[in-house]
Write a protein that binds this ligand. Sequence first.
Ligand SMILES: O=C(O)CCC(=O)C(=O)O
Length: 289
Amino acid sequence: MSEWTNRAPKRMAFDFASWERLPEAEKTDFFAACDEEMDAVGVVVLAEAIPHDLCDEFIELIAGEIRSASPIERMANQRRIRQTGPTVYNMQARHPKFMAQIAYRPVIDYFRRFLGDSMTLYSCEGRVTPPGTGDGNWHYDGYARIPDYYLTMNSLHYLCDSTKENGATRYIPGTHKEFIPLAEAATREAKYIDVKKGDIVLFNPYLIHSGSANQTEKERPIIINYYCRSYMKSEFNYPRMMSYVEASKLTEDQRRLLGFEHMMLEDLHEMYRLVSCRKALADMNPYSF
Ligand SMILES: O=C(O)CCC(=O)C(=O)O
């Protein structure tokens, strides 16, 4: 393992739009460069990976969910307004564009190299940091800190430019290597990640970081797609939240990410109804006749 560095992360440019069609060798080289950033800095910035018009659609969809929030969601958002801003859980269940975004190839191909092919989604959230929000709490995204082994990985999808002025994500350099307590990290100098609209930032799960104060007059919207190893519990039980018809429309990647292959079954019937993607049992699915 090499040393960490205090320098700002590089903006990793790539032809993300052509990802599916590009030769494997090009992606392997790109990932090797990303690995250097992940190791040395603790964050990888995928430069303008999301087209701007899609960012605008995401912003509208998150705003719509916040406007139509249920009373309990409203109360929770009111309570957290000074620190993180309104948060919408389960965005992938609320709109197909978010369902597509959880399976965004450059991110899941990269994360699967660390968390295994069976990696699942832990959570998909939309968040808006409004003007007047203060600094977030220092934290790292993982559970136990195990050297050279990751249990989770987080991706932040920025839907507008984000700087120190409007609530950039900040981090304490080196904390992905030196496993110091949060209180000690809080006494060290933070760095702010300067990103552009459409950038996606991938985090080393042990890097201590947080959101920061939004001192502008404009909101800062982001999507937070967080993944974990398949043997861990995700935030919600996604297969049980979906109807059979909804589940039948998922792509293979989405099914796997939502944990259909690794869920704990309630009873024998679920084995045929929910897990019929397991090839050996596919012809026994009672709905498939
Ligand atoms: O809002 C941010 O920039 C930080 C979000 C964050 O720290 C997290 O999701 O773990």
